[in-house]
Design a protein around this ligand. Structure first.
Ligand SMILES: [Mg+2]
Length: 288
């Protein structure tokens, strides 16, 4: 754990937590299985060649935050429910995750409002949180459906053969519009709103009435952390012992939160001290 206190701030009034690989360690393997399912979806449902599916998924994930957002950007008409059902529907949550009473107790003892913010869909978020025993630890869960309330937009392509129609003239495949030689600012825009886009963070701030200057944001993704920093959040990179540019703190495990950020509990300790002092004062005056 790298514990930095560049400018200790005991005035946080909100904590935002990513879910996957943040509230449980990546070593549990859930996210890896999701990644494999996404590649299977690309091959089976979109007809993309097996040899290219993995590279494409990674490229889209890196640039857009989720492969789904990237697939929409490059022209695929994805039925969101079908996609999420395919990649999450068969996951054996009970085998992969177990209740975490330590984290539950830490979260419930925090005297600050807590919000979960994930790019995954509501069903996945709910399955993960309930399996971890954290379903009642958050004021609200902001997920894919929250930020993308309008379902599929028509007028986009449906399969690999249709994709040829939207590729630049002379292009052979998707990598011609998403490849190494293309400047990332020229990548097509996605209609999907998700981390790490600035738009996603600002929507969350508005929806949940959050002041980023007084909020700590926990996420395992360096991209999300750096984007969070750009929109004014205080940031905690989870799952890494070394902080990166844009991260104010680094926690190897979310379980280290209390030792790395004891100030989060200070508000409660102050309140308890005041209560105790008041109680003593009343008892003293009664006795007097
Ligand atoms: Mg994550």
């Amino acid at each position: 754990m790298e514990n930095q206190h560049p400018s200790p701030n005991t005035d946080y009034d909100c904590l935002i937590f990513d879910i996957d690989d943040t509230l449980y360690p990546s070593s549990f393997g859930l996210n890896k299985l999701i990644g494999q399912n996404i590649i299977a979806y690309i091959i089976q449902k979109l007809g993309i060649q097996k040899e290219k599916a993995s590279d494409l998924s990674l490229l889209l994930y890196k640039h857009y935050g989720t492969t789904l957002a990237g697939l929409r950007a490059i022209g695929y008409d994805i039925d969101y429910e079908d996609f999420h059902g395919f990649v999450h529907g068969q996951l054996a949550y009970s085998d992969l995750l177990k209740p975490d009473p330590i984290l539950r107790s830490l979260l419930l003892s925090l005297p600050i409002r807590k919000i979960a913010f994930t790019n995954a869909d509501a069903a996945h978020a709910s399955n993960v949180l309930s399996r971890l025993g954290l379903e009642d630890c958050f004021e609200t869960v902001i997920c894919f459906e929250t930020l993308n309330p309008n379902q599929n937009v028509s007028g986009v392509v449906n399969n690999a053969s249709d994709l040829a129609k939207v590729l630049p003239t002379g292009s052979q495949d998707i990598f011609d519009i998403m490849g190494e030689n293309v400047v990332s600012s020229e990548y097509p825009k996605t209609p999907v709103v998700c981390k790490p886009s600035i738009e996603a963070f600002e929507l969350v701030f508005n929806m949940a009435d959050i002041n980023p200057q007084r909020t700590l944001f926990f996420d395992d993704s360096v991209c999300n952390i750096q984007s969070g920093k750009r929109v004014g959040l205080h940031t905690v990179l989870v799952g890494k012992s070394q902080k990166v540019k844009g991260a104010d703190y680094a926690l190897e495990s979310i379980h280290n939160i209390r030792e790395a950020l004891p100030e989060l509990w200070e508000a409660l300790e102050k309140t308890e001290k005041v209560k105790y002092t008041e109680q003593v004062a009343v008892e003293t005056s009664v006795r007097a």
